[in-house]
Design a protein around this ligand. Structure first.
Ligand code: KG4
Ligand code: ZN
Length: 361
């Protein structure tokens, strides 16, 4: 079964053709990073307009790469939330129209669940490997979410823990802004941290006792305190009333700020808590498999550290998606849609988008 996946929840426009929920025939991602960089973050209205102009060329490219036409598509899976409403509407409306015109099934997919299904995908050219096995523990770390989930079957989730404040990706993004490293913050911090000393600064970890919850807002405040002495006053030469379209002004720092050490220590503080708490949950729930998912799953330090922690936990194996399936993409949406259709979760033509949507809904 060929599923056309469509992902437009934020600032990436993506379309993918995936066969039987795992065999990726194409996965095209058009990023708006350059558009938003000047603003230091995603501007929702600009994001929605860019989705509208990109959607058809991106779908055409995905069909071409997969060497199929719309007549070879058996179903359409589209992200219905969570995300930016204006961006989501572009993908949902496109998907509905095509499914209606072709009289094929449409399925709305939860973006968070789609991230988990990145673990079912085989990269193009690879033979489909062994599929993940239930029950599994999932660490979902994206720009808006940080959750520890117990997945007991397709579409069956139990939330064990979540962030009480900032998401892990949000912490990376805010930390990068504090360090003047720009947007998106995760890759910028990873790059700046290379060669830095992870122990140079003793930044706080919120362990929160026995709970499986997370908290990253204290860490951000601690980083601010380390950076403050180096900060120079803003050059205040622009009027304030054109916000949010005003060009983002990165902070200015005095010479000698130890950026690599700060970035490395900050990244280590996030990775440490994520890896240790995930391994603890794997032991508590005795899950034979742990999967990592979401944009922050692309972080090299997290992948290495979690591998170490899980290897030291007997009876559990770690699975991480290929790098290109960690950040937002439509292949994961197609995979999640395939399994949703198999359990009869087809959407009606009244399908709506939802900017807030918990896992399992
Ligand atoms: O899953 P995603 O692409 O979009 C959401 O659904 O939010 O995640 C984006 C988040 C951003 O916060 C970004 O900074 C972070 O993932 N990210 C990373 C890395 N690549 C992306 N964080 C740390 N290290 C990375 N290499
Ligand atoms: Zn995402």
């Amino acid at each position: 079964m060929n599923v056309l996946g469509i992902e437009t929840s934020c600032d990436e426009t993506s379309a993918a053709v995936v066969r039987d929920g795992r065999d990726v025939r194409s996965n095209v991602v058009s990023s708006q990073i350059e558009l938003h960089r000047a603003h230091g973050g995603v501007v929702p209205e600009l994001a929605a307009r860019a989705q509208l102009t990109a959607i058809i060329p991106v779908v055409e490219a995905a069909l071409q790469l997969a060497e199929v036409g719309l007549e070879d598509i058996d179903a359409i899976a589209v992200t219905r939330g969570p995300g930016l409403a204006g961006s989501l509407l572009v993908g949902a409306n496109f998907a509905k129209t095509v499914a209606y015109a072709r009289s094929i099934p449409l399925v709305g997919v939860n973006h968070l669940e789609a991230h988990l299904y990145a673990n079912w995908l085989s990269p193009p050219g690879d033979e489909p490997g062994e599929q993940p096995a239930f029950p599994m523990l999932a660490l979902l770390v994206s720009g808006g979410h940080t959750e520890l989930l117990l997945m007991t079957g397709h579409g069956r989730y139990e939330q064990l823990g979540r962030t009480l404040d900032d998401a892990a990706g949000e912490a990376f993004d805010k930390g990068a802004r504090l360090l003047g490293l720009g947007y998106p913050g995760g890759p910028a911090i990873q790059q700046a941290a290379a060669g830095g000393d992870t122990a140079a600064f003793a930044l706080p970890r919120a362990w929160l006792g026995d709970s499986h919850d997370f908290s990253f807002s204290g860490l951000k405040t601690a980083l601010l305190r380390e950076v403050e002495p180096y900060r120079l006053p803003d050059e205040d030469d622009e009027p304030e009333d054109d916000a949010p379209f005003r060009k983002h002004r990165p902070p200015r720092f005095a010479e000698g700020m130890p950026v690599a050490d700060l970035a490395a220590s900050f990244q280590e503080a996030i990775v440490d808590v994520l890896a240790v708490k995930t391994a603890t949950a794997a032991r508590t729930f005795e899950t034979p498999q742990v999967v990592l998912a979401g944009g922050v799953a692309a972080n090299r330090a997290l992948r290495e550290r979690l591998t170490g922690e899980i290897e030291a936990t007997s009876g559990t194996m770690l699975r991480v998606p290929a790098l290109s399936y960690c950040t937002d993409n439509a292949a994961m949406v197609a995979a999640a849609g395939y399994y949703a259709l198999r359990r009869g979760a087809q959407s009606g033509w009244e399908l709506d988008v939802s900017s807030r949507l918990p896992v399992g809904r």
